[in-house]
Design a protein around this ligand. Structure first.
Ligand code: LER
Ligand code: MN
Length: 267
């Protein structure tokens, strides 16, 4: 398993669960200093940083790019793949596909988390799930053109009413025939939704693509009340080879969060 740390340069997400906020170049330098294997980047949009700048930073610091977030489409522009307006859904898909293109050219998968949206008002949950399946299928096709998977992240009930549990995400992807899409398991969301974190991870083993390794209070594991031992044992048993990524709050400060995170994933 490899380590990654989140870098966020999105003003609207300045209080979000990311370790290093601000210019991405500074975040790469911090990630390298702490000894991470990779960074996970949250950018304001597909044109916020050039592919060449990101590749240069990754090369210079000998860091991989583990994943690219797409949530700025939601927090900056209010876009989601399940918006009642067909025009807005198309804009959301366009934003997502351009982020997938940016990540794909760097060998990194993109994450669909908050861009999944939720069913609201006159839109039924079934209708929203149909739109989500269509959006994910098309986005996955774009990702496949780059030879990378798409990462779909179930969120807790306070963020979406579409899919909250890992097993439901697996069933959704399989029943709808959504190709080349893996599941992003975020332990913070899972702490709210799953009866048993380790069992939930074991149950989706073939489709587990990425892990946000966070404690119950969304700080580094060790700061809350999650027992990491069964989680790490499950990941080892299923031979998970992906990233454990620090999508956590920068508490008590960013450097301490990064240090505590790395300590929490040491065998
Ligand atoms: C994104 O990875 C996530 O976990 C959501 O909660 C976004 O806030
Ligand atoms: Mn997450």
């Amino acid at each position: 398993m490899k380590s990654a740390v989140t870098l966020c340069h999105v003003a609207e997400a300045a209080t979000g669960p990311f370790v290093f906020h601000g210019p991405i170049a500074d975040g790469f330098a911090k990630a390298a200093t702490h000894g991470f294997d990779a960074v996970e980047v949250f950018l304001a949009g597909p044109d916020a940083y050039s592919e060449n700048d990101l590749r240069d930073l990754a090369d210079r610091h000998q860091l991989a790019i583990a994943a690219v977030g797409t949530g700025a489409g939601m927090v900056k522009h209010g876009l989601t793949l399940t918006d009642p307006s067909a025009t807005r859904r198309a804009e959301a898909l366009d934003f997502v596909k351009r982020m997938i293109d940016l990540g794909g050219r760097l060998g990194a998968p993109a994450i669909i988390g908050s861009m999944q949206g939720k069913s609201t008002g006159a839109v039924s949950r079934d209708q929203a799930l149909d739109w989500l399946a269509a959006g994910l299928s098309e986005a996955a096709g774009t990702a496949a053109n780059h030879g990378v998977p798409l990462l779909y992240e179930p969120l807790n009930r306070y963020e979406t009413n579409l899919i909250n549990r890992q097993a439901d995400a697996l069933a959704f992807l399989e029943q709808r025939g959504i190709p080349s899409t893996l599941i992003l398991a975020d332990l913070f969301h899972m702490n709210i939704e799953e009866p048993d974190l380790a069992a939930a991870l074991r149950a989706i083993a073939p489709r587990l693509g990425h892990v946000h390794f966070a404690d119950s209070n969304r700080e580094a594991v060790g700061h809350g009340h999650t027992d990491p031992a069964p989680v790490l044992a499950a990941l080892r048993d299923i031979r998970y080879r992906g990233y454990l990524s620090a999508e956590i709050l920068p508490l008590p400060d960013a450097d301490a969060a990064a240090r505590d995170f790395l300590a929490s994933i040491k065998p």
